[in-house]
Write a protein that binds this ligand. Structure first.
Ligand SMILES: Nc1nc2c(ncn2[C@@H]2O[C@H](COP(=O)(O)OP(=O)(O)O)[C@@H](O)[C@H]2O)c(=O)[nH]1
Ligand SMILES: [Mg+2]
Length: 458
């Protein structure tokens, strides 16, 4: 455990209502005592907010008005003495306050070091530490719900429960390896082993969906110039982000914007249209579409419902054969009565995941499009509404994959009556993999990697 006292600015840089300097460690109270002068004299008392001033102890010069809170160990975020000084949210007051704290003996905190201390001191496990960052970075309400649930500790509890069961299995198997069989009373660990495996499999089953809500997906709007791609982007974002004009080729760059579609953060990629290009391929928008499709998880093939399907449409459609695709018949408001026939003919040729008729102008069909996109990304799984208990991090998913593989092998070995040392090997690997999730069996390298993604002051 670190025995020095760390300090950092916990609020974002720039101007704000308040700026917060945070201290944690054995000297936090002494340092605060040196740089904070309460309006009414007297020592800082735990869990009492005090009004006063930050002042330079050397010169006595006042830096700012401030509120000071002292959270005494172990009842604090880090389980160490923590002091938070809130002053006016300008760069100078907060930086000067931090400078005084450092001059008085604190060390500048590394990224995520407050949360790291909370983890190392056992206040939170690794899944909760990671969840604090997910809360900060949540992109949609559903993503926030997942992060809050994980912060509440459900994942750690489930992993620990599975681990405890498997630990008993390992204890028995190890005893069998170490002692002659007649000295160890026979025990059927099959049910416990299968229960541990089932728990890990259950967690893994929700991971794809959880990761989708946390990390999002990329959807490319492709189609001929002027079919309404940029209008659809705007309609989906409910904001005028892209420039729309009746002149084909208005969009000059590829635009990327994140929309929350049924709770999933979806990066919508709008292709640049074409400038008056002599290249016939370019004129069809093929190259641009190819570019937008690169790295996209889903293609939104936009067609003009008010016009016949053209060779340009077909050329772009061919680019989407390898991608999950939704056909979007836009300008449905202006579509002729023959529209349905055209629709089904094209769908047979292309076999998309879904076909939706929309009007970016009137908003008709947009909700259907959102549902079609969510359905395609979720792969038929029901949406996570109200189901916040999903594994949502690739790190957790990878550890679960390893755990499940070795638990399956262990369960098989047990059923087949294979040697106990083989079982012990698989169980140990699985237990370590599960322990990586909660941080019980995690190396310093991994901790460094995880906490370096945090900002300073978190
Ligand atoms: N009637 C009708 N016009 C639309 C619709 N969507 C877009 N437009 C019009 O079609 C033109 C081209 O739209 P734009 O979004 O720039 O197409 P893009 O080149 O595919 O990005 C503009 O004049 C839009 O107002 C729609 O649903 N119905
Ligand atoms: Mg456009």
């Amino acid at each position: 455990m670190d025995d020095d006292t760390i300090a950092a600015i916990a609020t974002p840089p720039g101007e704000g209502g308040v700026g917060l300097v945070r201290l944690s460690g054995p000297e936090a109270l002494a340092i605060a005592g040196a740089i904070f002068r309460p309006a009414r004299p007297g020592p800082l008392r735990p869990f009492r907010l005090r009004y006063g001033h930050v002042a330079d102890p050397a010169s006595g010069a006042l830096v700012d008005e401030a509120l000071c809170a002292f959270m005494r160990a172990p009842r604090s975020f880090t389980r160490e003495d923590v002091v938070e000084i809130s002053c006016h949210g300008g760069p100078l007051p907060v930086q000067t306050t931090l400078g005084l704290a450092l001059a008085a003996g604190a060390r500048l905190a590394r990224p995520g070091e407050f949360t790291l201390r909370a983890f190392l001191n056992g206040r939170i496990d690794l899944t909760q530490a990671e969840a604090t960052l997910d809360v900060v970075r949540a992109q949609t309400a559903a993503g926030l719900e997942l992060a809050q649930a994980q912060l509440g500790g459900w994942l750690a509890r489930e992993v620990r429960a599975a681990r405890a069961q498997l630990m008993e299995c390992l204890a028995y198997v190890t005893a069998v390896v170490d002692f002659p069989e007649d000295e160890v009373p026979a025990q059927d660990i099959g049910p416990q082993l299968r229960a541990g495996l089932a728990a890990a499999e259950r967690l893994l089953a929700g991971a794809a969906q959880g990761m989708l809500y946390r990390q999002g997906a990329r959807a490319a709007l492709v189609g001929r110039p002027n079919v309404g791609k940029s209008s659809l982007l705007n309609a989906l974002l409910r904001a005028d982000r892209a420039i729309v004009t009746p002149i084909p080729g208005t969009t000059r760059d590829t635009l990327e914007e994140t929309a929350s579609l049924a709770g999933i953060p979806v990066v919508l990629i709008d292709t640049a249209g074409i400038h008056a290009s002599a290249d016939p391929v370019e004129q069809l928008g093929v190259e641009r579409s190819r570019q937008a499709l690169r790295g996209a998880d889903l293609a939104l093939l936009v067609l003009d419902a008010a016009a016949p399907v053209s060779p340009g449409d077909l050329a772009i459609a061919r680019l989407t054969v390898d991608k999950p695709t939704i056909v979007v018949w836009n300008k449905a408001d202006a579509a002729p009565s023959t529209f349905d026939i055209q629709h089904s003919t094209f769908s047979i040729q292309h076999s998309p995941l879904a076909s939706v008729a929309t009007s970016a102008s009137t908003g008709a069909g947009l909700e259907d499009l959102v549902q079609a996109i969510a359905g395609a990304l979720l792969g038929g799984a029901p949406p996570a509404a109200g189901e916040a208990r999903l594994v949502s991090s690739p790190r957790h998913r990878d550890a679960l994959l390893r755990a499940v593989a070795h638990l399956r092998a262990a369960a098989e070995s047990w059923e087949a009556g294979r040697p106990a040392d083989l079982l012990a090997g698989d169980l140990t690997v699985a237990l370590n993999a599960l322990g990586e999730i909660t941080g019980e069996t995690v190396g310093d390298d991994l901790l460094d990697l995880i906490f370096s993604r945090f900002c300073i002051g978190k």
